[in-house]
Design a protein around this ligand. Structure first.
Ligand code: DAH
Length: 345
């Protein structure tokens, strides 16, 4: 046994690199490894010889194992030192740069809109996603029996609360708080936020979506102010000059109410599949605030007028980036998100 032990230890000592040491290791400790065979062979000896032989075999095995581990360490150290002293290795070179991630496109556009509107003197307001029936409907001139309720498929909760179907309830919430605190117009707010409707999801519909509401109340506010503000907003967001047109649109909380269309940014109004050959894209419902809504907010409609708008953020983002399926926003596919600019360092 001693001879073989010597041989094994010599083989380990002679290994010049990790690959050859690995070869030695398989020969000694692999499936039919010589060291393991030695230990197993003890069982074939006459009974009285076994205890002593077993002990010796185990000691030998331990010794060889230790030598192997020590040699492994030594070779690894050697390899590392060699690498460090390789003249082509530059330890000061920066490693691969990890990606920092990017903002969600809805967040990108929402932030731009907040920057734009706050620069025009608007104040950023927030409101609850779980809303009361009163603020979501009644205060906006939509009483219980009004057919307009039907058009907003609502997630009702117990106790007549609901998941807000739009950001418009924050109009009256803000006006009430504003007048209760003794303020008088001008009042200019934007309300970005998440809304919910019990809708079947398809290419253009989501049950959870983002809107940005705007409200301006002052003496002598007119449709001209509305159009100018909307044009400015669309020019910044779509990053090009835009033409707009107004069509009548019905929303109980505005009178008159409008659908504001923008000339199609994909075909410059010539007609394409995105605008269904019409040259226009419906983008912004808006209007002059209904007197009943001003009254709900504690303001006198004889004294003040206002305009309001409610922008579907996903729609604006889809137009801006040429995205054709609303489901990609919440689809959880990182390949989609990685297309947007990485967050700056
Ligand atoms: N809240 C409306 C909706 O979600 C959109 C809207 C229309 C908001 C006209 C407004 C407005 O402020 O004036 O369908």
């Amino acid at each position: 046994m001693n001879d073989r032990r010597r041989q094994w230890l010599d083989a380990i000592a002679a290994a010049a690199d990790e690959a050859s040491l690995h070869e030695v290791e398989s020969r000694l400790f692999g499936k039919k490894g010589e060291v393991l065979e030695l230990v197993r062979a003890v069982a074939t000896l006459p009974k009285e010889e076994r205890p002593a032989a077993g002990k010796a075999a185990n000691l030998c095995k331990q010794e060889v194992e230790q030598a192997l581990a020590a040699k492994k360490d030594e070779l690894q150290q050697q390899a590392l030192q060699k690498e460090l002293h390789d003249p082509s290795f530059d330890p000061t070179e920066p490693g691969p740069r990890p990606r920092r991630g990017s903002l969600h496109p809805i967040t990108i556009v929402q932030n731009e809109l907040i920057d734009l509107f706050t620069s025009m003197g608007f104040c950023w307001q927030d409101g609850p996603e779980v809303e009361s029936e009163y603020f979501n409907f009644d205060a906006l001139n939509i009483p219980g029996d009004h057919p307009a309720r039907e058009s907003q498929d609502t997630f009702w909760l117990n106790d007549r609360n609901l998941l807000r179907t739009h950001t418009s309830p924050v109009q009256v919430r803000t006006m009430q708080r504003f007048t209760r605190q003794g303020f008088q117009p001008p009042l200019k707010i934007i309300v970005p936020g998440r809304c919910f409707r019990a809708e079947t999801v398809d290419k253009t519909h989501e049950h959870t979506f983002y809107q940005m509401e705007g409200l301006v109340v002052d003496e002598g506010v007119s449709t001209a102010n509305l159009i100018h503000t909307m044009k400015t907003c669309l020019r910044v967001i779509l990053q090009r000059e835009v033409k707009v047109r107004l069509r009548p649109g019905f929303f109980p909380f505005v009178e008159p109410g409008f659908e504001l269309d923008v000339n199609c940014p994909f075909c410059q109004g010539k007609g394409c599949s995105v605008c269904k050959q019409s040259g226009w894209i419906e983008i912004l419902p808006c209007g002059m605030v209904h007197p009943n809504v001003l009254r709900q907010g504690g303001l006198d409609p004889e004294e003040y007028t206002g305009f309001a708008f409610g922008m579907g953020l996903q729609r604006v983002v889809m137009l801006r980036y040429g995205i054709d399926d609303i489901r990609t926003f919440m689809g959880g596919d990182l390949r989609f998100l990685r297309q947007f600019p990485e967050i700056a360092r």
